[in-house]
Each structure stands twice: as C-alpha cells, then as structure tokens.
Design a protein around this ligand. Structure first.
Ligand code: S3P
Length: 450
C-alpha cells in the first residue's frame, strides 16, 4: 500500500501480516460502505445450493469464510459462477441432491459453514461425508449441534466423544424433534432447521433468547413452510420442504460497521456515514449498547432489501459514559463485544459486560484475548468468567506489540484501539481480518484520509 497510514509487512514462513500503526490522532471522516453480511452470505450460498433453480446473489461477502462455504458446496456438485462477479449465480441441485464429496470438506475458520452444513449432511440419505477446519475450528464445540442431530437419529463421529472436528457423517433419513437449545445460538438453531428440511414432519427449535433470524427469513423467502412464534424464540419447519431459487441482495455487515461506529465515536472530530448496513433487529444490539453509552448515532434512509431491513448509519464523536450490558441484549451483539470493549475504554466510568461466556468459544477466547491485548496497550480490563470489566475514562492508550490470535474480530478491534494510542502499535497476524473484512486496512486508510 502506498501513501498509507499503516505499514503492512508479510512475514515468512507463514505469510503472516504485521501491521504497524503510528499514532494516528486523526479524525475518521467520509462516507463508506462495508462488505456484505457474513451470516446472510453463508445462507444465500447454502440455500441457493439446495434449492431448485438459480439463486442470484448481489453483495456477497468475498471474505474467506463464505469462500469456504462456496468451496464445500462446489465439492458436493453445486455449480457457482465466479465469486468476484457482481451477481453470483448458484445453480441449485434441489433438496436431497448434494453429491457425496470425494475428499474431506474443509470449513476453514468458519463455524457457520461447519455447523449449518452439518444439518444438511446428516439428513442426506446414502451419502458419507467427512468435514474438518483450521486449528481454531477444530477446537470449537461441535457437540452443541451433534446433540440435537443425534436426537433426530443422525450418525456423526468425531474426536473427543463426538464433540470436535474432524467429523465423519453417514447421512440418513432423520426423525423430527423439538429441541430446546441451552444456548441462544443461530448456528445451532439453523443447523436443526436445515436438518428439518429433508425430514418428514415438524422440526422445532426453542432457544432461551432470540438469536439472529436470517435463516428463518431466507427459508421463508425460498418457500419453506416455516413458522415463528412471537417474540421468535421457537421456530418450526415442516418437512420435506421444496425450496425455489431466489434473488438475494446482501446488505453491509453491521458487525463490520461496528468497527467504524466505535472508531468514530472515540476519535475527536470524527463524523462518518456508513451506507447500506443491515439493521435486522436481531443484530442491532451494538446500536442499542453504544446509544446507552451516549454515542451519537442516527439512522438514515431506512428501507427493506430482499427481506432484510437496511439503513445508512451516521456516527459522530462525542463523550461516552460507561454502562452494564447483560441478558437478552448479548446474543444480539455477540460479535461486536470485542470492539464495544474498546469504546468502553474511553467512556466515563466502569463498563461491565456479563452473560457473554459464549465469547470464550468463538474463533478465539475473545474474553481472554481482549483483556490481555488491551492491557498490553495500557488499559485496565479484568476478565470475568462470562464477560469483561473495563475501566474507562482513558484519554490515550500506549502503542505496543499486540496479537490478533488469528481472530479477525480481535485483530480489527485492536486496530481501532490503536487509533487512540500514542507511539506505534504493531499488530501481529493481522491477516485474520480477511475472514470477514478483506478491505478493512484499505478502508482504515480511507477514513483516516491517508
Ligand atoms: C452466526 C451466529 C453466531 C455468530 C457468528 C455467526 C451465524 O454464532 O457469533 O459469527 O451466522 O449464524 P453462534 O450461533 O455460535 O452464537
């Protein structure tokens, strides 16, 4: 990158990126767009793959995670156009017609790919599948989806008493179930619903509080017989379903927009507009949390695009105050908590985040990672078993060496923290950003006027 604020160096032998960020001290300004929503991108590819006819997708996230989904389904006989095309076309094979892959399916770093796909594989009669992922994914809990699938009669084997990938799956006809999930997890819910598509009868999932509902919206749009109770914690699909290919326009990812919301909120002189961001109410916990901290955020141009609400978000710098976050709000902002912790450093008072133990089983242990790396930058952050306690009121951090732990959201959150650090901050393993936000570094330069 030339004329950039940051220096990016590739370090052999693993081609890890090191990003060196000098004390910026510059306001974040302009109008930007963020890449397509990761959750919606995965679902558009998967439902497109199993529907009848063509699905046309615009705004697909070209991150490594959706690429893993696309590669897995291509290995099962699904034809996709070039993912770089403006409109990606998926030629659906029709429900139940995924081919048995001749090699191990690789979900890479993507929990959504592995967990959602498992529901489809387990319910595909007469096919055998093996699935794996990278070091991080192979350490993440799969028992949470294997348990309900096994209750439906699925045959799945894995390490550590069938709880960890690599996994082997003998697909077969399943029995419907009513699964009461102990965690509010859209991946668990979606896995069971996808298994229910090929299963004769009513498959129901009840979760303790509302998780993102992109699967429900998209399954209904593709023609599944799916009902949702109010407020949405119980969802039933009636199988076998017939899905028909659709047009999906993917909105910008609010989880990616969150970096800029926080960056502008904590950096004096900032005013940013982030255009075309998905504001599905099951995802807007971060807006509620930042507003509870007095952040100046307004929604403009609200509209609905292929079944998902969208708006432009305007954010201005201003004084922030600490708050306590817990309960039902947590699942609606689970991926944004690392960057929310950065906002809390510059809010008056002590912010407490609780009921967020799920953060410990994300791409990294995000509670431990954020506490250790923010403390390296001079913050006072304490780990709780289920969250973080963050002493606010800082005016600056102190630049030093920090690590993403190969977790995309940890890496980008630390880059936002570095905007308020004196001296130089060096982020190791910065390449992780490409999982969900391949253009993050370019946009960081852009908003800083570099
Ligand atoms: C996702 C659900 C969430 C989220 C993840 C994407 C999805 O995970 O953290 O980034 O697309 O369904 P959980 O289901 O584990 O909460």
């Amino acid at each position: 990158m030339t004329a950039s604020l940051f220096q990016i160096a590739s370090t052999p032998p693993h081609q890890q990126l090191t990003v060196t960020m000098p004390a910026a001290g510059v306001a974040l300004t302009g109008r930007i767009r963020v890449p397509g929503d990761k959750s919606i991108s995965h679902r558009a590819l998967m439902l497109g793959a199993i529907a009848q006819g063509e699905t046309r997708i615009q705004g697909l996230l070209l991150g490594e995670d959706p690429r893993s989904t696309a590669a897995c389904f291509a290995a099962m006989g699904v034809q996709l156009s070039d993912l770089e095309d403006d409109w990606v076309v998926v030629k659906g094979v029709g429900l139940g017609n995924l081919q048995e892959p001749t090699a191990v399916l690789d979900a890479g770093n993507s929990g959504t790919t592995l967990r959602l796909m498992l529901g489809l594989l387990a319910s595909h009669p007469d096919r055998f599948f093996t699935v794996t992922g990278d070091d991080s994914l192979r350490s993440r809990p799969m028992g949470r989806v294997i348990k309900p699938l096994t209750a439906m009669g699925a045959q799945i084997w894995g390490r550590q008493h069938n709880t960890l990938a690599p996994l082997a799956v003998q697909g077969q006809a399943l029995q419907p179930t009513h699964y009461h999930s102990p965690v509010a997890s859209a991946q668990v819910k979606s896995c069971v619903l996808l298994a229910g598509l090929l299963t004769e009868g009513q498959t129901t999932v009840t979760e303790p509080s509302l998780s993102r509902d992109h699967s429900e919206r998209m399954l209904q749009a593709f023609g599944a017989d799916l009902t949702v109770d109010q407020p949405g914690c119980t969802v039933t699909v009636n199988g076998p379903a017939t899905l028909t290919g659709q047009t999906v326009i993917v909105p910008g990812d609010i989880s990616s927009a969150a970096f800029w919301l926080v960056g502008a909120a904590i950096t004096p002189g900032s005013e940013l507009v982030i255009e075309n961001v998905g504001i599905n109410p099951t995802r807007t916990g971060i807006l509620e949390a930042l507003r509870a901290m007095n952040a100046d955020i307004t929604l403009e141009n609200e509209r609905v695009v292929t079944g998902e609400p969208v708006a432009d978000l305007r954010v201005r710098h201003g004084p922030l105050t600490a708050a306590t976050f817990s309960g039902d709000l947590i699942p609606r902002m689970i991926d944004e908590i690392p960057v929310l912790a950065v906002a809390a450093l510059f809010a008056q008072g002590t912010t407490v985040i609780q009921d967020a133990a799920e953060l410990r089983v994300k791409e990294s242990d995000r509670i431990a990672a954020m506490a250790s790396e923010l403390n390296r930058l001079g913050a006072q952050v304490t780990e709780r078993p289920d969250g973080l306690e963050i002493v606010g009121g800082l005016s600056t951090l102190t630049g030093t060496n920090v690590d993403s732990f190969t977790d995309h959201r940890v890496g980008m959150s630390l880059a936002i923290a570095a905007l308020r650090a004196t001296g130089t901050t060096t982020l190791q393993r910065a390449e992780a950003a490409a999982i969900s936000y391949p253009t993050f570094w370019a946009t960081l330069n852009q908003v800083c006027g570099a």
